[in-house]
Design a protein around this ligand. Structure first.
Ligand code: ADP
Length: 844
């Protein structure tokens, strides 16, 4: 690497330490030193070196500039920022001027190719003071800017997880544990938040929100080199107005993705019948932030209902929306002036749909729909302007002229005429030269090196006139230029260059006129996205025969014939609907028992999903649903059902349980599935029992569903006034268990574990042995283990069931009774004895 080039590189790199510097060298972007090693790994490029073997060896890799976009996309996806350094001079001798023209960070991407159409791409900023947090987000692609002040780390963390920004900017004064949590392996890149002065326009925001926004915008200014014009005024937001769904609940309910991280099988996948990417993103955010405001929910439901009841209007609306595309992000790129002719054409095509949308909306009598309709503006003057200026189906870039419609600009038409006439001129020139020289096969041609030339074969060289200037000798011919030809060439090329510049100028003016309407386009896109969601919700409600839920202020939950939307859609078995009743007086805690695979988890989740759906303004899979306003939905799944890596799963389960118990509210819905399973039986039952008791006794009286395979828990109903036993029914038929999928009052008769094992194909000999062992246990177990085969727990058994939580003596007695000395090896016997002695001494 030459000294002065290296010096230039190092100077520019020093200004962009946090980014991978793409250094333009001719047709390539090259990366050097550490950037080269990183990029070679991320992009799977071959790492080479300049001055290989020398002490000043420089590692190097690169890719062609014309194919840069996918490489840049992958660097961004891997969390790197990218600084694009171009050469600003025309090729020549000596060191060229080079400058960084744009920095792209994972949170400031505008390029459509590098964005996920179904999820927002956010830049977030986090500041902290005295336990409170300021959080700002910039949706760079659409231009939306939002800010909030949050009361504590738990709420802030939850918002961050829900927002899942691509890039998170951290202020300096954050608590160390917050910084650690925000770092890898979170799914976002982290960068320092620049200190910034809060501007007056953000005065009305809470102070920390204003600080976060100021920092985020300062960062944007820095990477974009100027404030991008498409950023909209800051919207204040407040997490208090939405249904709280913590991370574990969102995961357990598989709201936007399944346990396996797939979209298919999630509730969002089922719900998404949107016609535009912006509608899909809006639906996702409705699902992640359901509402608590009965009026707003009611407005959405009114709109959905009106669309359900009018199939023709619904279809017409969806057809009209179908061609709109991603107007929201187009509007963003328009504001940032990064759209080319093709995208401007698409924008006009989208706006042209607005008329049809408005025509349909006029037939739908719902206040929300009417408001959205008023917000729409198809900007017919702009659309006419674009169609009059651009050709149909214009190219993406302005490099090659020809995209301005003829008739749009007189000088462009004249220049094109001249260029077209150029072809006629060549033909006439060729004919006249043939005649003048008598060379019948004389040809006039063009190539990139010589421009226009005359070609004469060897045999005719004698007839060449003196003013012909020889340029090149081939095997059978020679090539010449003439003064007339040169003059023509200058005229043609001049016209082409002039045409290129003129078309670019005309386009730039059109772009400015369009960009001046950007706020209106953004508002229209916003309304179209919402309409798309409403139409999608109505379409799903219609196709799947869902009903409108009734939301009330009472703390009751009454669902008739509820179904699990996704299981119903994906299962080959016909789905068995089930009722639910939860309230704060009689049926506050339902203990649900039944064998494995009976359908307990499905039932629990369907209740939670119906509640979430109702709060986002959707119809629900049931024949009727009265849903008391719910401000938190908590769900936990016992450890052995869950697939969280790393930390001990039981530890995770307990931490999540602790979180629920610490955050109960009077309007909470708590769904616990096999809590306490991840440890030994006695531990597990004890924990499950204590948790259930706590839920029952809590002054908030949260509505709770508790599924468990510990039969012992069914005794709670006899003890506590607001506990009800339900079970998922099974039948025995020819010695086999048949799942009925019906939720019925009363506890499960027994666990049917052996029958399920048999169904699953466990060998007959093992099944038979298990039956023998079970019979032994049932006969010899202590009172707590005695399970009545009829499944009915008589009232008088209740006190005995409490012996479940025996004192140390009782537990020792039981352990001893369960021992079979015949079957113990001497070593086992010794170990058991030691354990029992220790237990006796410590009163465990
Ligand atoms: P459990 O939690 O009791 O072990 P699951 O809820 O996981 O059982 O249900 C097991 C399977 O039974 C589910 O995967 C589903 O396919 C089916 N299932 C559950 N409930 C129903 C129902 N109400 N109607 C039809 N099939 C059901």
């Amino acid at each position: 690497m030459k000294g002065n080039l290296l010096a230039q590189y190092l100077r520019i790199k020093a200004e962009h330490e946090h980014a991978i510097l793409l250094f333009r060298l001719g047709d390539f972007y090259e990366m050097f030193f550490e950037d080269a090693t990183t990029a070679a790994r991320v992009l799977d490029l071959t790492l080479t070196a300049r001055n290989r073997g020398a002490p000043d060896e420089v590692p190097l890799c690169g890719f062609p500039a014309h194919a840069a976009q996918p490489y840049i996309g992958r660097l961004l996806a891997a969390g790197h920022a990218v600084a694009i350094c171009e050469q600003l001079d025309a090729p020549g001798k000596g060191l060229m001027t080079r400058e960084v023209v744009r920095v792209i960070t994972p949170g400031t991407i505008l390029e459509e190719e590098s964005l996920d159409p179904t999820a927002p791409s956010l830049l977030a900023a986090l500041v902290h003071e005295a336990g409170r947090f300021g959080l700002a987000t910039v949706d760079f692609a659409s231009g939306a800017v939002r800010a909030a002040e949050l009361p504590g780390w738990a709420a802030t963390r939850d918002e961050l997880e829900r927002l899942e920004p691509r890039e998170l900017l951290l202020a300096e004064a954050l608590p160390p544990d917050v910084v650690t949590w925000c770092g890898p392996p979170r799914p976002w890149a982290v960068a320092p938040l620049p200190a910034a002065v809060v501007s007056e326009e953000h005065d009305e925001l809470p102070p920390l929100a204003a600080r976060a926004v100021a920092g985020a915008l300062a960062y944007v200014d820095r990477v974009f080199r100027r404030r991008p014009a498409h950023l909209r005024p800051v919207e204040r937001w407040d997490s208090a107005g939405v249904l709280c769904l913590d991370a574990a609940t969102r995961r357990n309910l598989e709201l936007v993705e399944t346990f396996r991280g797939e979209r298919r099988g999630s509730l969002l996948w089922l719900l998404d019948e949107t016609c535009t990417p912006m509608g899909a993103r809006r639906l996702r955010s409705w699902l992640l932030w359901p509402l608590l405001d009965l009026l707003r929910i009611g407005e959405r439901l009114d709109a959905v209902e009106a669309l359900v009841e009018r199939p023709e209007a619904r279809t017409a609306l969806r057809t009209a929306l179908d061609g709109v595309g991603d107007l929201e992000r187009l509007a963003g790129r328009l504001g940032a002036r990064t759209v080319g002719p093709r995208e401007l054409g698409q924008l006009a095509a989208a706006l042209r749909r607005v008329d049809a949308v408005q025509a349909v909306l006029a037939t739908i009598p719902a206040p929300l729909v009417r408001r959205l309709s008023i917000a729409l503006d198809g900007l017919p003057d702009l659309v006419a302007d674009v169609s009059a200026t651009l050709m149909d189906a214009p190219p993406p870039h302005t490099r090659v002229p020809g995209y301005i419609r003829s008739g749009a600009h007189p000088e462009i038409d004249a220049l094109r005429e001249a260029a077209r006439d150029g072809k006629g001129w060549i033909a006439r020139f060729e004919a006249s030269e043939r005649q003048r020289t008598g060379i019948a096969n004389l040809k006039v041609r063009y190539n990139k090196v010589f421009g226009f030339y005359v070609e004469v074969t060897k045999a005719n060289l004698g007839a060449v006139p003196p003013e012909y200037e020889r340029k090149q000798t081939l095997v059978g011919a020679e090539r010449f230029v003439t003064p007339a030809l040169k003059e023509h060439e200058a005229r043609v090329l001049g016209a082409e260059e002039r045409l290129r510049l003129l078309e670019q100028h005309v386009f730039a003016e059109l772009l400015e006129r369009a960009a001046s309407r950007q706020p209106t386009i953004a508002r229209t896109a916003d309304a179209l996205a919402t309409l798309d969601v409403l139409a999608s919700l109505a379409e799903v409600a219609h196709r799947r025969r869902w009903v409108r839920p009734r939301l009330t202020r009472e703390r009751r939950l009454v669902i008739r014939e509820g179904r699990h939307p996704v299981v119903e859609a994906l299962s080959s078995e016909p789905f068995v609907p089930n009722d639910t009743l939860l309230d704060t007086e009689d049926s506050q805690l339902v203990v649900l028992t039944g064998p494995n695979m009976a359908g307990k988890s499905t039932y629990l989740r369907q209740v939670a999903l119906i509640v979430v759906l109702a709060h986002l303004g959707s119809f629900v899979p049931a024949t009727s649903a009265d849903i008391g306003l719910t401000d938190r939905v908590f769900t936990r799944v016992g450890a052995s059902d869950n697939l969280i890596g790393g930390e001990s799963t039981f530890m995770v389960e307990m931490r999540e349980t602790a979180h629920i118990l610490a955050n109960l509210s009077p309007r909470s819905l708590v769904i616990l599935d096999e809590i306490g399973r991840g440890t030994s039986t006695f531990d597990g039952i004890s924990i499950a029992w204590a948790v259930a008791e706590h839920l029952h006794e809590a002054p908030e009286r949260p509505r709770s569903l508790f599924a468990t395979h510990y039969h012992e828990l069914t005794a709670l109903a006899a003890e506590r006034p607001r506990v009800r036993n339900f079970s998922v029914a099974v039948a025995e038929w020819q010695g086999r268990v048949v799942f009925l999928r019906q939720v019925v009052p009363g506890p499960a008769s027994r666990s049917y574990g052996i029958e399920v094992a048999e169904l699953a194909g466990v060998p007959a000999s093992v099944v038979a042995r298990a039956r023998t062992l079970l019979a032994g246990l049932e006969a010899g177990g202590g009172p707590g283990h005695e399970v009545d085969r009829s499944g009915i727990v008589p009232e008088d058994r209740a006190p005995r069931q409490l012996a479940l939580f025996p004192g140390a003596e009782e537990r020792l007695r039981r352990e001893l009774a369960a021992l079979d000395p015949e079957r113990l090896t001497p070593l086992e016997a010794l170990a058991t004895l030691a354990r029992l002695v220790a237990q006796a001494r410590h009163g465990a």
